[in-house]
Write a protein that binds this ligand. Sequence first.
Ligand SMILES: [Cu+2]
Length: 232
Amino acid sequence: MLDWWLPPNVSTFGQEIDWLFHLIYYITGVTFVLVFVTMLAFVIIYRDRPGRTARYTHGSTPLEIAWTVVPALILVILTMLSVPAWSRINMHVPPADFDVNVTAKQFNWQVNYPGSDTVFLDEMHVPVNKVIRVHLRSQDVIHSFFVPQFRMKQDAVPGRELVRWFEVMKPGKYEWPCAELCGFGHSGMRGWIYVHTPAEYAKWAAENLRAGAKPAAAPPEAEPKKEEKPKK
Ligand SMILES: [Cu+2]
């Protein structure tokens, strides 16, 4: 029902995330309406009128217990509902069909494929319907790998290698912005992930993944190719 404001999901695990998102959205939406309707009603019902005097009230203990216990229960239930999704997506990385190294820096994504020494700037090419394992690093500050259509967001933390995965069900060109304010060029830090059909991917790989091949669309100010060679 909220499809009009979320970008279309193309990831195998996206539905689990969207379902939780919608559930939380409706719970907070209903709470918002109830709180504001009650507040407006009270403002009108208990407004100042001639002859009305203020009255001391301690409040209502049962009511206070209820509005503490109910939200606490909702949070516990939401946690229990989130655990299976979190565990399936983030705790267990499935066997990968492809590994990709991504090193974030101010202000580019540097992409490297095992077995090739080419570093691509701000573009990643992967085949559709395959488990892609991303080895995410940062060279300087915290960045955030974000692909809205993949329902995937992960901080890149200096000094750590984080492994995340995705499997895309639909070929296309997907925007890949940095979602962590990382410096003056942050707003320009974005790349594209090209999800190809198997034949297209094979063609791209044959043309671009030979050792020493030139990055396809690196901007003119691109760094020397071997400047950051991810260690394995
Ligand atoms: Cu960044």
